[in-house]
Design a protein around this ligand. Structure first.
Ligand SMILES: *Cc1c(COP(=O)(O)O)cnc(C)c1O
Length: 385
């Protein structure tokens, strides 16, 4: 089964481009709000690094989600879109002074702080402005996620967060700083996680940490568990909306929230991946000695995930119903890794056929580069066509 697309409109557009199905995005957001809304104290933020297209952000903002930023540029983009600063959280191991100052000037909800050194700088910069910075400490829970090695973040060997063994001392330091208000703990274990046991393991770890802190009479107002919920890249039509029910229910079941505590989520991929498609045109069919190459006008500069993480994207020839043939689907970039898929079955392709790379709404357009002096791909939402 293939996706349904406005092919006539697509034919008029310069390829490659991204297409964002806003109806699917709105449906996804309704499910997120409904499922999270069943649980007291759950607050959902959108991790804007997954897709920061202004029109996509606008739909997400309208749905009432908060924003999770990892740079000053993202904070700016969110504020331009209309996200309330009181709903913006900001994480990152390497925050520059201007980025911290921007967060302070805008009065964002919270800095997710990744080291004591950073804490000191935030305290100093806040003091200069006569402000109090609200902070959560990002703790590295040493919980492994069963996902690609390049996208785990919660192991002791990763660069993210503060080690659990340093947590109490860091909280104590934060509490002594006059321009810092400690408001909670932050975690994020990785991305494209489909096994709910990984999230349950994080919950168990957080329960232990809470018990440990309560013995020291330290109470936590906010727990932020990051994002990471995965999607089904193999079945974008059958399963266009991720299993948010299982996800939120797992946290409700395993995480022992205290009275009045807020539980924050930062979902990126699961919000936007399935509503996005990269559309390319077929340039040539090249008969190699052992293989047939389907050469398209999109490359790793437009969608880097296959080259970077050997990620899978379902590939469909949306211009052809002819019997399938087996191709290596490749781009025009001068890099051997510029391959979207090897030996994949696609309806027989001809020059000019439109090729869809599915589930490309997250970490697609936003990671595009101009390598080879290429133009950045444009992004269109349904209403643009
Ligand atoms: C990337 C990131 C997220 C979002 O991850 P997804 O896998 O896209 O849901 C959330 N929180 C932080 C801190 C991140 O760096």
């Amino acid at each position: 089964m293939k996706g349904t697309f406005p092919i006539e409109q697509f034919r008029q557009l310069k390829t490659p481009f991204y297409y964002y199905d806003t109806e699917l995005l709105r449906q996804t957001l309704r499910v997120i709000n409904a499922e999270a809304g069943k649980h007291e104290g759950f607050v959902v933020h959108y991790a804007i690094k997954a897709n920061a297209h202004p029109k996509v952000l606008n739909v997400i903002c309208q749905a009432g989600l908060g924003a999770d930023c990892v740079s000053g540029g993202e904070i700016q983009r969110c504020i331009e879109t209309g996200f309330a600063p009181s709903k913006i959280v900001y994480a990152g191991v390497g925050k520059s002074d201007w980025e911290i100052n921007l967060g302070l000037d805008k009065n964002i909800f919270c800095f997710n702080v990744e080291s004591v050194a950073e804490l000191e700088v935030i305290n100093e910069l806040a003091e200069k402005k006569g402000k109090i910075a609200r902070i959560c400490l990002r703790i590295n829970p040493d919980v492994g996620a069963h996902t690609h090695a390049k996208i785990t973040t919660g192991l002791a060997e990763n660069k993210f967060g503060i080690a659990m063994s340093d947590m109490e001392a860091a909280i104590e330091r934060a509490s002594q700083m006059p321009n810092i208000q400690f408001i909670g703990l932050h975690f994020h274990i990785g991305s494209q996680i489909l096994n709910m046991d990984d999230f349950a393991a994080l919950c168990n770890r957080i329960n232990d940490l809470q018990t440990q802190l309560e013995k020291k009479h330290i109470t936590i107002e906010n727990i932020n568990v990051g994002g990471g919920l995965g999607i089904d890249y193999h079945h974008p039509n059958r399963l266009p909306i991720a299993d948010f029910k299982a996800y939120f229910d797992t946290y409700a079941r395993f995480l022992k929230l205290r009275q009045g505590q807020k539980l924050h989520f930062e979902l990126g991929r699961a919000v936007v991946a399935q509503m996005g498609t990269l559309i390319a045109r077929t340039l040539y069919i090249k008969e190699g000695t052992a293989k047939k190459f389907l050469i398209v006008d999109a490359g790793m500069t437009d969608l880097i995930r296959p080259a970077l993480y050997q990620a899978y994207h379902k590939i469909e020839n949306i211009s052809s119903e002819e019997p399938t043939e087996t191709y290596d689907v490749v781009g025009p970039i001068c890099e051997s890794s510029d391959v979207f898929a090897k030996s994949t079955d696609v309806n027989k392709a001809h020059r000019g056929d439109l090729i869809a790379f599915r589930s490309a709404g997250a970490y697609g357009e936003i990671m595009a580069s101009q390598y080879n002096c290429r133009e950045l791909p444009k992004g269109y939402i349904t209403e643009d066509l």
